[in-house]
Design a binder for this molecule. Structure first.
Ligand code: IMP
Length: 177
């Protein structure tokens, strides 16, 4: 098992590139089946979800749209989740079939705070696809339709996820030692 350092902390391999991509392909197939003929709009939440969004999106076998938005606010290793606003959400969501793409749902606070802003625009449907879910850490329960991996309540980096700005480029997902 590979151990790496990001800033001052040691991380060990938790999910291999192959494991991640296999699961992303499964999620993409499930979404393609569920949304056949419905032309969904994916809203990927930056920064962490960019890699997951790209891999998930390119495996789709249906017509779909994609946009990226940015919320607030995660510093260091503690989630604040105090979403104030979103940047880049220009599409009118009225009547659309919306799927949010998240890298990880930890306490659930970020999406809990953000979902009402989307619902306000009256999309036809609204679902969440998250690569990782720390179900043990849940403080704000959410209806998560597509979950890649349910993981323990330990900090992870890689495949888009960072620790204080670093680690996003790693192909695997690493867990804090
Ligand atoms: P929540 O609001 O507590 O659900 O946290 C969601 C956000 O916190 C995610 O979109 C990530 O940006 C960040 N986050 C939570 N856990 C981790 C982690 O283990 N590694 C990196 N980022 C994390």
């Amino acid at each position: 098992m590979a151990v790496i350092k990001v800033h001052d902390k040691s991380f060990e391999t938790y999910l291999s590139e192959e494991t991640i991509l296999r699961r992303v392909k499964e999620l993409s197939a499930a979404i393609s089946k569920d949304y056949a003929g419905r032309r969904p709009l994916f809203i990927a939440i930056l920064n962490g979800s960019f890699m997951f969004a790209a891999d998930l999106f390119k495996q789709l076998t249906i017509e779909a749209e994609l946009c990226f938005i940015k919320l607030a606010s995660y510093r260091g290793m503690k989630s604040s989740g105090n979403v104030v606003t979103s940047i880049g959400l220009e599409d009118d969501l009225f009547g659309k079939e919306v799927i949010i793409i998240e890298d990880i749902v930890d306490t659930g606070k970020t999406l809990h705070n953000f979902l009402p802003k989307l619902q306000h625009q009256q999309p036809k449907t609204l679902r969440i696809a998250t690569l990782l879910h720390k179900s043990e850490a849940t403080e704000y329960p959410l209806d998560l339709h597509y979950i890649g991996f349910d993981i323990p309540n330990k900090f992870v980096v890689g495949y888009g996820l960072d620790y204080d700005g670093l680690g996003r480029n790693l192909k695997e997902i690493y867990q804090l030692v």
